[in-house]
Design a protein around this ligand. Structure first.
Ligand code: SAM
Ligand code: SF4
Ligand code: F3S
Length: 475
């Protein structure tokens, strides 16, 4: 170990992939801190343990792991341990150690809580440790309580996916869907709220497939995702609820109806369409048609007219014709999506779609992706411009990126940033009491739409609860 005698050991964690992985990386840090007092570092050169939390959803993401591993190999010279977790680890297992023999630990999304024991075993046995099993939801029973940074937090409510879309590795890397028990989720949300969290994002691959026993489970009564949301909304202190990702097939009437009577549910929904052509949707095994998807959106907007939507899109799926592609473009216009994610299809070994004949030239796929992204970008700009002059509720996260530190209460103004319900950054002058606004939900009037952010002014009464503002000190 390179840490000086008595000094805390340091772990550097690099995260790839989705929010599930971001959540898991935080849990790795928690588990290591709790077990052995490890501290996190952003400087890989200071680390005693380097962990890569990997993603294998597309080929590039997977290859990147091995090039990044090559870049930290030299650290082995001073006794640093190197570990690979996440979805590449889950899929490749011991093959990672075969390809990169200097790797000490390989663990999956479901075994990250065993990291402290794996490190011990690595030292005792002097050989790499590989543990990528899927021990049913055991992980959550072994995690220390979440530690909070800021007023917004992720809460994982389920693991895995049982949808088996024909192109996707996730069911193989994270296992089948397993819901976290209701009481566990509520206890975590309440614990976060008690530490000042105002906004929670419930996480899972298909959160609306969540099911859990209610009333202690004795009566055999099963609750659904709509019930879970209602109960989370009742937790004192929680003012805003997001969730991601939801599946179009699991939008029950109860869940749709909840948008009518639960204002804490944000008016923003990530509802991946993937493709606008029924032929391709069927080949993807998504289980819905474009018409069915649009019908869900219509029903949602009937009860929540302001609902903004974002999506994931896959371009260049095997057999995609120009006509198929145009159907996606048409749906983008019809739904009016906000900022979304789009990818060129990447054949993943072991998935059914990887075996499909694919004669669309790569250049054409890239051109289609550019056209699709340009269309989405137009929407984003139009939606941002439409917000100018409106009042938006934002959760104030802290100083805006280019503004230095916030003023201490009464000691000068500061530029702050917060997020709207549809996840746009709003920068504003926090006034002399800027520090007090951090972590609060406030209303601002949007004054300007910039390419990647908005500017706003707090509504009267939102920021002047302290001494009068001195314009001369305004940043
Ligand atoms: N469970 C979510 C859903 O069904 O929408 C998303 C899961 S996946 C981790 C995130 C996104 O990656 C997918 O929505 C899809 O657009 C994209 N994706 C998954 N497999 C892919 C592949 N083989 N090639 C390109 N994009 C892919
Ligand atoms: Fe992958 Fe489909 Fe599951 Fe989403 S629903 S994680 S795209 S298999
Ligand atoms: Fe990647 Fe695994 Fe998430 S494949 S997108 S890290 S579930």
């Amino acid at each position: 170990m390179s840490a000086a005698e008595g000094a805390a050991k340091k772990v550097y964690i690099r995260t790839f992939g989705c929010q599930m992985n971001e959540y898991d990386s935080d849990k790795m840090a928690d588990v290591l801190r709790e077990a052995d007092g490890w501290e996190t570092t952003d400087d890989v050169e200071q680390a005693d343990l380097v962990l890569f939390n990997t993603c294998s959803v597309r080929e590039k993401a997977q290859e990147k792991v091995f090039s990044d591993l090559g870049r930290v190999k030299h650290l082995k010279g001073r006794g640093v341990l190197i570990g690979v977790g996440g979805c590449v680890a889950s899929q490749e297992g011991a093959a990672i150690v075969e390809r990169a023999p200097y790797v000490d630990l390989v663990f999956g999304p479901q075994t990250l809580h065993r990291l402290p024991q794996m490190i011990q075993a690595r030292r005792a046995e002097q050989r790499p440790q590989v543990d990528i099993r899927f021990p049913e939801i055991e992980k959550f029973d072994h995690l220390p309580p979440a530690r909070v940074q800021g007023a917004s937090a992720f809460v994982s409510i389920m693991e895995g996916c049982s949808k088996y879309c024909s192109y996707c590795v996730v069911p193989y890397t994270r296992g089948e869907e397993v819901s976290r028990p209701l009481d566990d989720v509520l206890a975590e949300v309440a614990g976060l709220a008690a530490q000042g969290v105002r906004e929670v994002t419930l996480l899972g691959q298909n959160v609306n497939a969540w099911r859990g026993a209610v009333g202690g489970g004795d009566g055999g009564e099963v609750g659904d995702f709509a019930l879970l949301l209602e109960l989370v909304a009742e937790v004192a202190g929680i003012e805003r609820i997001r969730y991601t990702t939801s599946h179009p097939n699991e939008f029950t009437p109860r869940l749709i109806e909840l948008y009518a009577r639960c204002p804490k549910l944000v008016s923003h929904l990530h509802l991946p369409l993937q493709h606008g052509s029924d032929r391709i949707l069927m080949a993807m095994k998504r289980g819905y048609t474009a018409m069915e998807y649009k019908s869900t959106v219509r029903r949602l907007r009937a009860v929540r007219p302001a609902l903004s939507l974002s999506s994931d899109f896959i371009v260049g799926f095997p057999g995609e014709t120009e006509d198929d592609f145009e159907r996606t473009m048409k749906l983008i216009d019809e739904v009016g999506y906000d900022a979304s994610f789009s990818f060129v299809f990447s054949p993943r070994p072991g998935t059914p779609a990887a075996a499909l004949a694919d004669d669309t030239p790569p250049l054409l796929k890239r051109q289609r992706l550019q056209r699709l992204q340009a269309r989405l970008e137009e929407n984003v700009r139009r939606i941002s411009a439409g917000l100018v002059g409106t009042a938006q509720r934002i959760l104030v996260e802290g100083p805006s990126r280019n503004s230095g530190k916030p003023g201490k209460a009464g000691s000068g103004a500061a530029e702050l940033m917060g997020r709207t319900e549809c996840n746009r950054i709003v920068n504003f002058d926090g006034g002399p009491n800027a520090a007090r606004l951090i972590g609060q939900m406030i209303e601002v009037t949007i004054t300007e739409a910039l390419p990647h952010s908005l500017r706003g002014v707090p509504l009267a009464g939102e920021r002047f609860s302290g001494p009068a503002r001195n314009p001369a000190t305004t940043a």
